[in-house]
Design a protein around this ligand. Structure first.
Ligand code: PMP
Length: 433
């Protein structure tokens, strides 16, 4: 198979990366490859791969989940799309009410993906202060943060190989340390104190908002912080009146073991950005939850106080129908996510004995470790080598440099999970020898 002459794949270097595998269909945790896909080294009978990272963290319950598929099909026969500026519809209204009840934030603003959900949160926070005539201009974000690939989201995210070409176009953000932790970490409290001291110092400048990936920074390497740290951050923001934006694009909808990571951490944000699992991973949709207080700050006979932001597909009814069906599943069976961590733990305890495995960590459906090989950056080739070995064993992973992680759909069976860990175990032998 050759590279397609008319496609351009995301975050892919054609000169260095292997050609993409062609997928014919998917069900549950399994991706079934097209017959034309060559599978080096794998048993010729197996054209199925376990999707151990939920296809970039979106596939929540499983591929092809039948009730979500049916809800979308049904909605498509009723109302597939309508402009949301002069109109409203039941799926959007129901979804807004249900998410308000779950998040404690009364207003839902729709967009198209995680990056735009973050952009919207940032623009609401910024304009809310401006509408009041406030001079607060500082934005605070964390070292290692990732909030998306659009310009505002890139600016909020830490500078990296992803953002380098655009550096001069990105606005300044005050950046403070992220005291990430792992099993057996004896130094975390000291590092938290350093980060909080940096925050105290930052907050001496009038601050509009701070943005955080609550509990887990995803793209920078599945880096966990303790709930205690986030509570201390939230308390400081509350004391000085700055807004708290939680980017729950990855952590939302059960990924951390609670419906939302902010709940697990015990913090109440003013804004929450949502996407990925919002539609169960079926359709691209973003949502930004905002408090009623923020919403009221835009209500005025002064037209310039309007939030002038909107996307063509705002509140797409098919996406709303998928999201409602996905919420039904989460509400009906919370044990599927709340009990997931225990399933990872027993495998991780075994991995812990391996010398090449460092900084084990686990939260909800996410488990990760660092492979003690070479540099700790995204371009470390060990990740791609490990990926290749796992593919040969029927498991799809996508390490972040030397960080190996699993974030599987909730439907993964015990046998499939064991198969993933078995593949990782064997792949570690292969890449460290
Ligand atoms: N925020 C976080 C925390 C993310 O993990 C991501 C995507 N990985 C985004 C924002 C951007 O989402 P999208 O790729 O849907 O634009």
């Amino acid at each position: 198979m050759a590279w397609h002459p008319h496609l351009w794949h995301p975050t892919t270097q054609v000169a260095l990366h292997p050609e993409p595998l062609r997928v014919r269909c998917a069900k549950g945790c399994l991706l079934t490859l097209d017959d034309s896909t060559p599978l080096e080294g794998s048993p010729s009978s197996s054209r199925e791969l376990i999707d151990a990272i939920s296809s970039w963290w979106v596939t929540l319950h499983g591929h092809g989940e039948p009730t979500i598929a049916a809800a979308i099909a049904d909605q498509a026969t009723q109302l597939e799309q309508v402009i949301f500026a002069n109109f409203s519809h039941a799926p959007a209204e129901q979804l807004a009410s249900r998410l308000a009840a779950h998040t404690g934030l009364d207003r839902l603003f729709f967009s198209d993906n995680g990056s735009t959900a973050v952009e919207v949160a940032l623009k609401i926070a910024w304009q809310w202060w401006r509408n009041q005539g406030s001079e607060r201009r500082q934005l605070i974000a964390f070292e290692g943060a990732y909030h998306g690939d659009t310009f505002g989201a890139m600016a909020l995210g830490d500078r990296s190989v992803f953002t380098d070409p655009y550096d001069s176009l990105l606005f300044d953000v005050c950046r403070i340390p992220w005291p990430h932790t792992h099993w057996g970490d004896a130094t975390v409290e000291g590092r938290e104190q350093v980060a909080l001291a940096a925050l105290d110092q930052a907050l001496t400048t009038p601050t509009a908002a701070l943005i955080v990936e609550p509990l887990i920074q995803g793209a920078s390497g599945m880096r966990l912080v303790r709930p205690e740290f986030l509570r201390a951050v939230a308390a400081r923001l509350r004391d000085c009146g700055a807004l708290l934006i939680a980017d729950e694009v990855m952590t939302g909808f059960g990924r951390t073991g609670a419906l939302f990571a902010s709940q697990l951490a015990g913090i109440q944000p003013d804004l929450i950005a949502l996407s990925k699992g919002l539609t169960g991973g079926f359709l691209p949709m973003g949502g930004t939850m905002a408090s009623e207080r923020l919403y009221q700050g835009f209500i005025s006979t002064e037209p310039t106080h309007t939030f002038f932001h909107g996307h063509s597909f705002t509140a797409n009814p098919l996406g709303c129908a998928a999201a409602l069906a996905s919420l039904d599943l989460l509400e009906a069976n919370p044990e599927a996510f709340s009990g997931f961590e225990a399933r990872h733990r027993k495998h991780l305890e075994h991995l812990q004995e391996r010398k090449a495995v460092q900084r084990l960590r686990c939260l909800g459906t996410m488990a990760a470790f660092d492979l003690a090989v070479g540099d700790t950056d995204y371009l470390n080739p060990v990740g791609r080598q490990l990926q290749r070995h796992c593919l040969e064993r029927g498991v799809y992973l996508r390490p972040l440099g030397n960080v190996v992680y699993l974030l599987p759909p909730l439907c993964i069976s015990d046998a499939q999970l064991a198969c993933c860990y078995g593949a990782i175990d064997a792949a570690i032998d292969a890449v460290t020898n």
